[in-house]
Design a protein around this ligand. Structure first.
Ligand code: COS
Length: 393
């Protein structure tokens, strides 16, 4: 049997997710992509089998099985359908604010609904004018009579229109920069909140990406996460833990594309033999497999770190490295898969062109890969490795 870092129990859960992915989600993947419709049937499947629970602690209705297994679930689903894998990744992204900064009462009010999948959730940080530079946001939250009044807008929000709960960041002190930002949870039916439009996209077509508008949207003070002014740090701590969800999605796409290209290369013949036996194709396959396995090493190591209770700068760097590498691999490997299939790779009859389109967004959202490089380098610059130079002449 192949070497496996997982325990017996973890392997059983992975097997369940794998079976659901292969038997129930894979046959829907092309349709989801073509129709551009949010796959509520996949949400229902996750609900029925308790898959959302993998992202939550037992006390909140989850399985308490930890981060590594949650990432593996996203990877397995994304191997066959990146839109469906994203549903799990965003349930984590949208709920992390409550998990990290919510009071017991806030957690008890919302987390069980998210753990069962009764409600989907979303994370609203980006704005039309502030993507990478989150602190430049313009949305405001003015305190008034025990409530906050939100005004402004958010863009590129995954799960817009399908989420029941949004984690929203807004300026409680518009002049203060980072310390002027606070975090809130906003229920979808709050008056003054609306989804203004959904964006047509290159890939992950079944997932919604939308623009949120807040017009005198009144949110109770009890919906603020953490203290006033802590919002930026909460946003960053969330991203440290959520970006690997995108890494898992990227790795799933990359491995799915590799698996497909391998099977194709074994059966497609040119010049009297399967193309897998032509050295240039064999070399591509070898590189694709190696890159996926290296990416998996970074991703699983991140999952193990979280499960071991690691926090702070070490986690920030590991998260950024996993996101950067897994998603760059997703793009490279899915592009090579299209190349291996040749003309067939470029047409809709085969899934690799979808995988390539889906891969592209993983290098962009939840912090572009340029931002990940910046985060990694900043952490490196804080580290002291001078002792390594001692005695070097
Ligand atoms: N965890 C905890 N605190 C953090 C942190 C982290 N990962 N990163 C930064 N902070 C803290 C800093 O320590 C600093 O605190 P003090 O003011 O007490 O010193 C504060 O937050 C401001 O940090 P910094 O000056 O580094 O902020 P920058 O504006 O330079 O932003 C980047 C840093 C670029 C890394 C950040 O804006 C970012 O991640 N941008 C991308 C956002 C993104 O991913 N958007 C995609 C949409 S979300 S799906």
């Amino acid at each position: 049997m192949a070497y496996d870092v997982l325990s017996e129990e973890q392997r059983e859960i992975r097997e369940l997710v794998r079976t659901l992915a292969r038997e129930r989600i894979a046959p829907r993947a092309a349709e989801i992509d073509e129709s551009h419709e949010f796959p509520w049937d996949v949400v229902e499947l996750f609900r029925e089998h308790g898959i959302f629970g993998l992202l939550f602690d037992e006390e909140h209705g989850g399985t308490g099985t930890g981060t590594l297994l949650a990432l593996i679930a996203i990877e397995e689903v994304s191997k066959v359908c990146a839109t469906s894998g994203l549903i799990l990744a965003v349930q984590e992204l949208g709920s992390l604010g409550l998990k990290l900064a919510g009071t017991e009462e806030q957690q008890a009010r919302y987390l069980p609904k998210l753990a069962s999948g009764e409600w989907l959730c979303a994370y609203a940080l980006s704005e039309a004018g502030s993507g990478s530079d989150s602190a430049a946001m313009r949305t405001t939250a003015r305190r008034d009579n025990g409530e906050y009044v939100l005004n402004g807008g958010k863009r590129f929000i995954t799960n817009a229109g399908v989420a029941g709960l949004y984690t929203v960041f807004a300026k409680t002190d518009p002049d203060a920069g980072h310390p002027g930002i606070s975090a809130f949870v906003v229920e979808a039916d709050t008056p003054g909140f609306e989804v203004a439009r959904l964006e047509p996209k290159m890939g992950i077509s079944g997932s919604t990406t939308g623009e949120l508008v807040f017009e005198d949207c009144r949110v109770p003070e009890g919906n603020r996460l953490g203290a006033e002014g802590e919002g930026f740090k909460i946003a960053m701590r969330i991203l440290d833990r959520s970006r690997p969800g995108v890494a898992a999605q990227g790795l799933g796409i990359g491995q799915g594309a590799t698996d497909y290209a391998l099977e194709y290369a074994k059966s497609r013949e040119t010049m009297g033999k399967p193309i897998a036996q032509h050295q240039l194709i064999a070399a591509k396959l070898a590189d694709m497999e190696t890159k996926c396995e290296a990416a998996r090493g970074l991703l699983y190591s991140f999952g193990q770190m979280v499960d071991a209770g690691v926090d702070g700068p070490e986690l920030t760097k590991a998260s950024a490295m996993a996101k950067l590498y897994c998603t760059d691999v997703a793009m490279e490997v899915s592009t090579e898969a299209v190349q291996i299939l040749g003309g067939y790779g470029y047409i809709r009859e085969y899934p690799v062109e979808r995988m390539m389109r889906d891969a592209k967004i993983t290098q962009i959202y939840e912090g572009t890969n340029e931002i990940q490089r910046l985060v990694i380098a900043r952490e490196m610059l804080k580290e002291n490795r001078a002792f390594l130079l001692a005695g070097v002449g």
